[in-house]
Design a binder for this molecule. Structure first.
Ligand code: FES
Ligand code: FES
Length: 151
Protein backbone atom coordinates (compact mmCIF):
# COMPACT_ATOMS: atom_id res chain seq x y z
CA UNK A 1 0.00 0.00 0.00
CA UNK A 2 1.34 3.40 -0.94
CA UNK A 3 0.95 6.51 1.20
CA UNK A 4 2.35 10.00 1.00
CA UNK A 5 3.38 11.11 4.46
CA UNK A 6 4.84 14.55 5.08
CA UNK A 7 5.51 14.85 1.36
CA UNK A 8 7.35 11.55 1.12
CA UNK A 9 5.98 8.50 -0.71
CA UNK A 10 6.20 5.44 1.49
CA UNK A 11 5.34 1.80 0.88
CA UNK A 12 3.41 0.09 3.67
CA UNK A 13 3.21 -3.70 3.77
CA UNK A 14 -0.05 -4.12 5.66
CA UNK A 15 -3.69 -5.11 5.35
CA UNK A 16 -6.17 -2.41 4.36
CA UNK A 17 -7.86 -2.80 7.75
CA UNK A 18 -4.79 -1.73 9.72
CA UNK A 19 -5.38 1.63 11.43
CA UNK A 20 -3.28 4.43 10.02
CA UNK A 21 -1.76 5.08 13.47
CA UNK A 22 -0.31 1.58 13.61
CA UNK A 23 1.21 1.96 10.14
CA UNK A 24 2.71 5.33 10.95
CA UNK A 25 4.22 4.38 14.29
CA UNK A 26 5.09 0.71 13.91
CA UNK A 27 5.83 0.38 10.22
CA UNK A 28 6.98 3.83 9.12
CA UNK A 29 8.70 4.82 12.38
CA UNK A 30 6.79 8.09 12.60
CA UNK A 31 6.27 8.44 16.33
CA UNK A 32 4.71 11.92 16.65
CA UNK A 33 1.10 10.71 16.63
CA UNK A 34 0.40 8.97 19.94
CA UNK A 35 -1.81 6.09 21.02
CA UNK A 36 -4.13 7.21 23.77
CA UNK A 37 -7.47 5.41 23.68
CA UNK A 38 -7.73 3.61 20.35
CA UNK A 39 -11.43 4.44 20.08
CA UNK A 40 -11.42 7.97 18.63
CA UNK A 41 -12.10 9.49 22.03
CA UNK A 42 -8.96 11.41 23.01
CA UNK A 43 -7.28 12.95 19.94
CA UNK A 44 -3.71 11.97 20.82
CA UNK A 45 -3.40 10.28 17.43
CA UNK A 46 -4.63 13.26 15.38
CA UNK A 47 -3.01 13.74 11.98
CA UNK A 48 -4.15 15.54 8.85
CA UNK A 49 -5.37 13.66 5.80
CA UNK A 50 -5.87 15.93 2.80
CA UNK A 51 -5.65 18.80 5.27
CA UNK A 52 -8.45 17.56 7.51
CA UNK A 53 -7.88 16.37 11.09
CA UNK A 54 -8.53 12.67 11.56
CA UNK A 55 -8.20 10.21 14.43
CA UNK A 56 -5.64 7.89 12.95
CA UNK A 57 -6.31 5.15 15.52
CA UNK A 58 -9.63 4.33 13.85
CA UNK A 59 -8.90 5.19 10.20
CA UNK A 60 -8.13 2.03 8.22
CA UNK A 61 -5.32 2.34 5.71
CA UNK A 62 -7.74 1.42 2.95
CA UNK A 63 -9.77 4.54 3.69
CA UNK A 64 -6.89 7.02 3.64
CA UNK A 65 -7.68 9.34 0.76
CA UNK A 66 -5.08 12.04 0.40
CA UNK A 67 -1.70 13.03 1.71
CA UNK A 68 -1.00 12.45 5.38
CA UNK A 69 0.62 15.12 7.52
CA UNK A 70 1.93 14.42 11.00
CA UNK A 71 3.55 16.80 13.42
CA UNK A 72 6.89 15.86 11.90
CA UNK A 73 5.70 17.43 8.64
CA UNK A 74 4.59 20.89 9.72
CA UNK A 75 7.89 22.42 10.72
CA UNK A 76 11.54 21.75 11.32
CA UNK A 77 14.20 23.19 13.59
CA UNK A 78 14.77 26.78 12.59
CA UNK A 79 11.54 26.90 10.60
CA UNK A 80 8.80 25.88 12.98
CA UNK A 81 5.12 26.26 12.17
CA UNK A 82 3.51 29.36 13.74
CA UNK A 83 1.49 27.06 16.00
CA UNK A 84 4.64 25.32 17.23
CA UNK A 85 6.29 28.68 17.89
CA UNK A 86 3.28 29.85 19.86
CA UNK A 87 3.20 26.59 21.82
CA UNK A 88 6.79 27.18 22.89
CA UNK A 89 6.26 30.82 23.84
CA UNK A 90 3.18 29.96 25.89
CA UNK A 91 4.91 26.92 27.43
CA UNK A 92 1.82 24.82 26.77
CA UNK A 93 3.12 21.32 27.28
CA UNK A 94 3.13 19.61 30.64
CA UNK A 95 3.70 15.86 30.30
CA UNK A 96 3.46 16.36 26.55
CA UNK A 97 1.67 13.15 25.66
CA UNK A 98 -1.38 14.78 24.09
CA UNK A 99 0.46 17.69 22.54
CA UNK A 100 1.20 16.44 19.03
CA UNK A 101 -2.51 15.79 18.61
CA UNK A 102 -3.37 19.16 20.13
CA UNK A 103 -1.04 20.96 17.74
CA UNK A 104 -2.37 19.15 14.68
CA UNK A 105 -5.93 20.01 15.68
CA UNK A 106 -4.90 23.62 16.20
CA UNK A 107 -3.23 23.74 12.79
CA UNK A 108 -6.43 22.46 11.18
CA UNK A 109 -8.54 24.93 13.15
CA UNK A 110 -6.45 27.90 12.01
CA UNK A 111 -6.53 26.68 8.42
CA UNK A 112 -10.31 26.72 8.59
CA UNK A 113 -10.79 29.77 10.85
CA UNK A 114 -7.75 32.06 10.80
CA UNK A 115 -8.94 34.16 13.74
CA UNK A 116 -10.99 31.81 15.93
CA UNK A 117 -13.14 32.98 18.82
CA UNK A 118 -12.97 31.39 22.28
CA UNK A 119 -16.07 29.41 21.33
CA UNK A 120 -14.44 28.20 18.10
CA UNK A 121 -11.37 27.10 20.04
CA UNK A 122 -13.34 25.39 22.78
CA UNK A 123 -15.57 23.59 20.29
CA UNK A 124 -12.64 22.29 18.26
CA UNK A 125 -10.05 21.64 20.92
CA UNK A 126 -12.44 20.25 23.52
CA UNK A 127 -12.33 16.97 21.67
CA UNK A 128 -8.60 16.66 22.30
CA UNK A 129 -8.25 15.48 25.86
CA UNK A 130 -5.44 16.67 28.10
CA UNK A 131 -5.12 15.07 31.50
CA UNK A 132 -2.71 17.85 32.49
CA UNK A 133 -5.45 20.43 31.83
CA UNK A 134 -3.40 22.66 29.55
CA UNK A 135 -6.54 24.09 27.94
CA UNK A 136 -6.02 27.73 29.00
CA UNK A 137 -2.52 27.69 27.55
CA UNK A 138 -3.74 25.97 24.41
CA UNK A 139 -6.25 28.76 23.93
CA UNK A 140 -3.58 31.41 24.50
CA UNK A 141 -1.21 29.72 22.06
CA UNK A 142 -3.84 29.46 19.34
CA UNK A 143 -4.61 33.17 19.72
CA UNK A 144 -0.90 33.97 19.61
CA UNK A 145 -0.46 31.88 16.45
CA UNK A 146 -3.46 33.58 14.85
CA UNK A 147 -2.05 37.01 15.68
CA UNK A 148 1.41 36.09 14.41
CA UNK A 149 0.06 35.18 11.01
CA UNK A 150 -1.80 38.48 10.75
CA UNK A 151 -5.30 37.03 11.08
S1 FES B 1 -5.75 7.29 20.31
FE1 FES B 1 -6.96 7.98 18.67
S2 FES B 1 -8.45 9.24 19.56
FE2 FES B 1 -7.39 8.38 21.26
S1 FES C 1 0.17 17.78 28.44
FE1 FES C 1 -0.12 15.98 29.61
S2 FES C 1 -1.89 15.04 28.73
FE2 FES C 1 -1.77 16.98 27.82
Amino acid sequence: MRLTVNGNPIEIDAEAEMPLLWALRDLAGIKGPKFGCGIAACGACTVLVAGQPVRSCVLPLGQVEGDVTTIEGIGRPGALHAVQEAWIVEQVAQCGYCQAGQIMSAVALLDEIPNPSDADIDRTMGGNLCRCATYPKIRAAIKRAAASTGA
